[in-house]
Design a protein around this ligand. Structure first.
Ligand code: NAI
Length: 462
C-alpha cells in the first residue's frame, strides 16, 4: 500500500494537468488511468486524432480545389486511408507517451488500472489499495446515444469509431449538428463521402451566436454537406455492411428512411462514473448525472474533489485543464482560479469557428446595452491571398464603457485569433485598447483589430 497527498482518478486533460501541477507544488501525487494510455478522450479518441484527420483531409481539399489556382499543376493525391489512420495513430502515441515522460519528469506515480474510491482516503486500483489525503475525480465523459440505436463502433459509430473506420464510407449519416458531427462530417466529406447531417433543432451548433451559426451552415452546405433539420431520428437498423436510418420530420410528421454505409451518432456526451464507488459512499450527483461540487470543486465527501466533464460546465479539455490547476492550488492551501466567463470554444471546421464570452442573443436576453463591431475577412489581404475571405470577426462591447463582452469569429485561424480577445477580457480591456494596439501586417489578426476599430470611429478596410 502506498500513501499519497493526492490521488487523481483519470489521466485526461483535467487529471494529468492536475497531477503535474500537484507534483510541481511539492505534493506526493499519483494518477490512476485504466485505458492503457494517458491523455483521456482528448488525446486518444477525441481532439488530437480528429485534428490529425482534419489536417490531412484539409490538405487534400487544398490540393483538389486551390492548387491549380496558384499554378501548382498535376494530378491531385489519392487517399490511402489505412496510411492516414496510421499517421493519426502515430500522432496519438507521440502525445500520450509525452505525458508519461512529463509524469516521470515531475515525479507523478502513474497507477495503471481502474480506480475505485473504497473508503474515505482510500482508492483501490484493480484491487490494490492506496491511501490519499485528497482524491480528485477526473473521470471525464462518454458518448451518449439515443434510444433505439445500438452502437457497434463499426457501422453505427460514436466519435471513437469514426476515428478508426477501416475505409471511407460512401454514404455517411451524422446524427447531431454539434461540434463532433460537423468536425467529423467535414473530414469524411473532404475524403469523398456523401455526408448528410440530421439535426433535431432548426439550427446547427445550439448555443452559438446565431449569425456565426448561419454563416457556418451556409459554408458547410457550399462544401457539399447536406443538412436535414427539424428531424428526430427514431431508429437505426444495422447489418454487417450498412444501416437503415429512420427519422420523423418534426414539422409535418413525415417518416423518412435513409440507406447509408455508416451512421455517426454525435448527440452529446454524458459524465463517466461507472465503477467509481462515489455514490456507494454517499457522494451526491446532480439530476443530470454529474458529480455535484461546490465552487471550490469539492464534492460532499470530505477531501474529494471533482473536475472536468464529470461536473457541470462545458465539456472542453481546456476547461478541465484550468480546473485541474485550480484544484491543485486549493489542495496546496491556496486559492484556485477559473474564469468561467472567458472559456473559448472552437470548432475546427474549415473555416474555423471560435467564440468567447456572451453571444448577442444572451446580451439581448439580459437587457445589456451593447455595440457590435464587425469586420469581414474579405477586407483582410492575407485571408484573400489564401482563399479564406469568407467569414468575419464580430466583437460585442458594452455600449457605455466599451468593455469587451464577447467575440465570435468565423474565418482563417479563428481558434488562434480568439486568444487575443480572451487575454483582453481577462484584463477587462475595451475595444479601444485592441484598436490602439499595433497589429503586424499582413496577418489574420488585423481583422480582430478592424472589428475593434468598427466599435469606435470605423474600420479602415471595410
Ligand atoms: P453537442 O452537444 O455539441 O451537439 C449535439 C447535437 O445533437 C445538438 O445539435 C442536438 O440538437 C443534436 N441532437 C440531439 N438529439 C438529437 C436527435 N435525436 N436527432 C438529431 N439531432 C439530435 O454534442 P457533440 O457534438 O456530440 O459533442 C459532445 C461534447 O464534446 C460537446 O460538449 C462538445 O463541446 C465536446 N467537443 C468539443 C470539441 C471542440 O471543442 N472542438 C470537439 C468535439 C467535442
Amino acid at each position: 500500500m502506498a500513501s499519497y497527498d493526492v490521488i487523481i482518478i483519470g489521466g485526461g486533460p483535467g487529471g494529468y494537468v492536475c497531477a503535474i501541477r500537484c507534483a510541481q507544488l511539492g505534493l506526493k501525487t499519483a494518477c490512476v488511468e485504466g485505458r492503457g494510455a494517458l491523455g483521456g478522450t482528448c488525446l486518444n479518441v477525441g481532439c488530437i486524432p480528429s485534428k490529425a484527420l482534419l489536417h490531412a483531409s484539409h490538405m487534400l481539399h487544398e490540393a483538389q480545389h486551390n492548387f491549380t489556382k496558384m499554378g501548382l499543376m498535376g494530378k491531385s493525391p489519392s487517399v490511402d486511408f489505412k496510411k492516414m489512420i496510421e499517421y493519426k495513430d502515430g500522432v496519438i502515441t507521440q502525445n500520450t507517451t509525452g505525458i508519461e515522460f512529463l509524469f516521470k519528469k515531475n515525479k507523478v506515480d502513474y497507477l495503471r488500472g481502474w480506480g475505485k474510491i473504497t473508503a474515505a482516503g482510500q482508492v483501490s486500483v484493480d484491487g490494490e489499495i492506496h491511501e490519499a489525503k485528497n482524491i480528485v475525480i477526473a473521470t471525464g465523459s462518454e458518448p451518449s446515444s439515443l434510444p433505439g440505436i445500438e452502437i457497434d463502433e463499426k457501422i453505427v459509430v460514436t466519435s471513437t469509431g469514426a476515428l478508426a473506420l477501416s475505409k471511407v464510407p460512401k454514404r455517411l449519416a451524422v446524427i447531431g449538428a454539434g461540434v463532433i458531427g460537423l468536425e467529423l462530417g467535414s473530414v469524411y466529406k473532404r475524403l469523398g463521402s456523401e455526408v448528410t447531417v440530421i439535426e433535431f433543432l432548426d439550427h446547427i451548433t445550439p448555443g452559438m451566436d446565431s449569425e456565426v451559426a448561419k454563416t457556418l451552415a451556409r459554408t458547410l452546405k457550399k462544401q457539399g454537406i447536406k443538412f436535414i433539420m427539424n428531424a428526430a431520428v427514431q431508429k437505426v437498423e444495422a447489418t454487417k455492411t450498412k444501416a437503415k436510418l429512420t427519422y420523423e420530420g418534426r414539422k409535418r410528421g413525415n417518416i423518412e428512411v435513409m440507406d447509408v454505409d455508416v451512421v455517426l451518432v454525435a448527440t452529446g456526451r454524458k459524465p463517466f462514473t461507472d465503477g467509481l464507488g462515489f455514490t456507494d459512499l454517499g457522494g451526491k450527483m446532480t439530476d443530470r448525472g454529474q458529480i455535484e461540487t461546490n465552487d471550490r470543486w469539492l464534492t460532499n465527501l470530505p477531501n474529494v474533489y471533482a473536475i472536468g466533464d464529470v461536473i457541470t460546465g462545458p465539456m472542453l479539455a481546456h476547461k478541465a485543464e484550468d480546473e485541474g490547476m485550480a484544484v491543485a492550488e486549493e489542495i496546496n492551501g491556496k486559492h484556485g482560479h477559473v474564469n468561467y466567463g472567458v472559456i473559448p470554444g472552437v470548432i475546427y471546421t474549415s473555416p474555423e469557428v471560435a467564440t468567447v464570452g456572451k453571444t448577442e442573443e444572451q446580451l439581448k436576453a439580459e437587457g445589456v446595452a451593447y455595440k457590435v463591431g464587425k469586420f469581414s475577412f474579405m477586407g483582410n489581404g492575407r485571408a484573400k491571398a489564401v482563399f479564406m475571405g469568407d467569414g468575419f470577426v464580430k466583437l460585442l462591447v458594452d455600449k457605455e464603457t466599451d468593455r469587451i463582452l464577447g467575440c465570435h469569429l468565423i474565418g482563417p485561424a479563428a481558434g488562434d485569433l480568439i486568444h487575443e480577445i480572451c487575454v483582453a477580457m481577462e484584463f477587462g480591456a475595451s475595444a479601444q485598447d485592441i484598436a490602439m494596439t499595433c497589429h503586424a501586417h499582413p496577418t489574420f489578426s488585423e481583422a480582430v483589430r478592424e472589428a475593434a476599430l468598427a466599435c469606435g470611429d470605423g474600420a479602415i478596410h471595410a
